[in-house]
Design a protein around this ligand. Sequence first.
Ligand code: ADP
Ligand code: MG
Ligand code: MG
Length: 251
Amino acid sequence: PVLLEVKGLEAKIAATGQQILRGVDLTVREGEVHAIMGKNGSGKSTLSKVLVGHPDYEVTAGTATFKGRDLFALEPEERSHDGLFLSFQSPIEIPGVSNVDFLRMACNARRKSKGQAELDPLEFYAHVVPKLEMLKMDPTFLNRNVNEGFSGGEKKRNEILQLAVLESEMSILDEIDSGLDIDALRDVAAAVNGLKRPDTSVLMVTHYKRLLDYIRPEYVHIMEAGRITQTGGMDLVDQLEAGGYATLSTA
Ligand code: ADP
Ligand code: MG
Ligand code: MG
């Protein structure tokens, strides 16, 4: 079954009117892993953010459905409750809110929308500790404020911890590999692989083959000037590594 279907998606920056997405088509089925690559500024993060409903962008044409529902008719929170997750390229700090409270609130909001009972603090602790261990995160991270003073690598681990806690069906991981040393990359990739289920999908945005060696995509897309201009397998990545984006450009 199709999880995410994007057709002819166009979007502009709300504040300036600048057109960024110029007709994106993308279909992601349950169980699939996709990667989007493309030059800086081609619109990869914009696509990710438009799908989760970031207020900086305005959709001007096209459609997107998630589990068959019109994504753009849903509030950002509803998209998250429905199982759509975005790991931000630059995760934000939330001063004054402890990580464990934030995670439990997000988890319970999603559970509630699935008709499941909310977890009390003790139950939540039991739910989250194995996930911390999977990410090799120290339990003290639970009591710190969300991302406050976290290193780049710790923020990325914390993003995947959120994904693990939410048990989202569709995860969009925007440059999850940026700023990670090789050990952290292995841990994060192992966690993402460990979270895969037959009904979940992953959409990774990355510049580097390294990540794709750890989380193998079935489909690789090249984004160029706000559109997906090519789709293939790992062979596209090898072409890129050999000759750069110029060899793949259709412009
Ligand atoms: P990528 O992730 O592929 O590197 P982005 O989607 O981040 O590209 O950006 C695409 C283009 O849109 C860039 O030129 C970027 O500067 C611009 N852009 C994206 N978001 C904003 C914003 N909120 N305000 C102004 N310009 C933006
Ligand atoms: Mg970029
Ligand atoms: Mg980006």
